[in-house]
Design a protein around this ligand. Sequence first.
Ligand code: APR
Length: 241
Amino acid sequence: MTGPPRIVVLTGAGISADSGLSTFRDPDGIWSRVDWREVATPEGFAADPALVHSFYNERRAALASVEPNAAHYALARLEARLGEALTLVTQNVDDLHERAGAIRVLHMHGELKKARCGICSAVHPWAGYLSLETRCADCKAAGGMRPDVVWFGEAPRFLDEIAGAIADAHHFISIGTSGSVYPAAGFVAHARAIGLPCTELNLEPSENAMAFQDRRYGRAAETVPLWVAEMERVLGRQRTN
Ligand code: APR
């Protein structure tokens, strides 16, 4: 193998749980409190935009009050070591990977701290309160601004880039996701189909756990730094060979 190993990492809400952000499908998760059809679909936004804005305003406020955890920092350290050989894909809309120092993060479900104008499609960084009255900084229209997140029924992003990275990778690892939502939950099948070693780091077996040859369970803030340290030892040995 010429150069460092090429690794594709997929993260889900579980990697941010140790920072204090709720996951979705755990017993106390977001979808146990809120109906996803009402707040995470285009139909829900059309029916009650104020409810949807309130849901995402609360999540933006929660995000402002938490910090990245050791798992985010460990992945950022590995990216600094591997550069372009690491492709970091996240289902999360939080910015904790970036705040831990990660540079190239593929947010396949969009970003909570961005807002998009439904009228002119302009996208703006947005850390604060958003409402129907919010005017677009570009077209100046009100009534069209929405969180720049991918709702159920909308197209996830970067799929071609992710497929290309998996096709070119030496290892696929999934961290903190239940494996409930496609296409992300199907990435491991693509990786297995081309013979990649696949690792799952999660609190408990995901829905597609059996697709992973290597499965390690525990809190991401503990398991991810251990896995990264293992990779760094492999890279160190590679350097001296
Ligand atoms: N450390 C590691 N894993 C954890 C931790 C933790 N501290 N806490 C929870 N988990 C695991 C849970 O066991 C679960 O398998 O994280 C996973 C979270 O699963 P979900 O709540 O379903 O979140 P996710 O897989 O990211 O959801 C995918 O669904 O609702 C949509 O768009 C939303 O991006 C989201 C997508």
